[in-house]
Ligand binder design. Sequence first.
Ligand code: GLN
Length: 525
Amino acid sequence: MLSLTIREVSLALREGKISPTELSRKCLNRIRKTRHLNAYITVTEELALKQAQEADSRYLQGAPKGLLDGIPFTVKDNFCTENIKTTCASRMLKDYTPPYHATVVQKLLDQGAILLGKTNMDEFAMGSGSTDGAFGPVRNPWSYTTLYREQAGSGDADLEWVVTGGSSGGSAAAVASLSSFLALGSDTGGSTRNPGALCGVVALKPSYGLVSRHGLIPLVNSMDVPGIMTRSAEDAALVLGILQGRDVRDSTTVDVPWPHAELPKGFDVHNLCVGIPKEYHAPGLSPETLAQWSRVADLLESAGARVLPVSLPHTQHSIVCYHVLCNAEVASNMARFDGLEYGHRSGVDSSTEAMYTTTRHEGFNDVVRGRILSGNYFLLRQNYEHYFVKAQQVRRLISEDFRAVFGSGVDMLLTPTTLADAARYSDFTQEDNRTRSAQEDVFTQPVNIAGLPAVSIPTALSSRGLPIGLQLIGPAFQERKLLAAARWIEQRVCFPSIRYQDDDNVADDSESDGVVKKQGKSSAA
Ligand code: GLN
């Protein structure tokens, strides 16, 4: 039951095969059994069961609200949730409880979806590994499959486990380890797609402005978007249909006609023109990821799509451009955490300045502090033109690259999502995380810079038994077409999901080490 898609489980609920309460209990049970993944910061068990009971009665009366009624979901811990801790995985906000729900959370609750908890992440969403949060790193559920263990050739799970990617690693791990059918992440430079790819789930980054950011604690206001993680492209479309739309509380949102929650039945590949950006053959691209990229391009081509090389000449500047703009916005966003209004406050009170300094020193990790410092440097009067204004000019050039390609008749781009499959924690953290994180985002950040939609879909397992994801990028507000193409690919690559022997064993609360069996068609690269 837990490995079904939202659409499938929603049918089971409507047919009375399972009740929302039974389903939620199964999820809560799975959360307990996968505690070693450290995917959740807060589990809202009591609230979930209360919401589930209300959903039970709607189903009993034959009047569920819609397809999301009774569906358990999770939310990254940088979305505000009323009366539920929202920490951003930071000591600064470890006891912060917002008085309101983020718009996206409220919309899901209004549909009768059941909130299971808040997921772990990199502190303030800065990172690409989910290794940098105040509550410890998130472990990739695929590290615990027998397949991975056999390839790794080591019985010691503690030595060999791989990262989830980030920064929404907890959300991706929750969907991949089957404790949740849907998870919200945030995506500023790739934080939904990167962990989605490394954990083998579908991860959608909507166009900037399509989904409200109200209640999402900002990282980079001009690039942040809420992201959607599910087990199928069809589910992502369903959820996007509910979340999209103008919000008076976020002035950057727009109204785009959104015809149906369902994707069009058929999808005509013959009329599709797919671009392969040549600059995305980036240094560090693994041979297996490259092989998957070619395989899916070939699949599309042999089905009748036009697949052609294209150029996005300013790609090489996107990482630097992102970092200047990101850190500048971070410097200004983080100024609100001063120990006065909310969040952590240091006990040092010899002067206001000393209180500020120690509060911020104690509250933020060194990644956050480093970005604040460099962001303030870029914004100094003597540097502003040279860094910030330059970066904005480069941002325009990067956006123009995409516009030119889409303007020439290309419908969407096919690219890898990450350079390779997930790194072992020890390898990931050995390197300087900031450098690593910068390299990891080479395929994802340009999309945020240009405000475009993109979806990452799992396409295969590597020879290590770990997921490899590919990304489709489209023109602004073309999510439905992107997701229809994603579904087309999904149906042909048959990516397996992790299975747990005890999926239906609701009564058994005992601890278990998680994955014991992997099923599904083998699709090793
Ligand atoms: N890895 C990127 C960064 O650290 C992206 C983060 C994100 O999308 N939230 O800035």
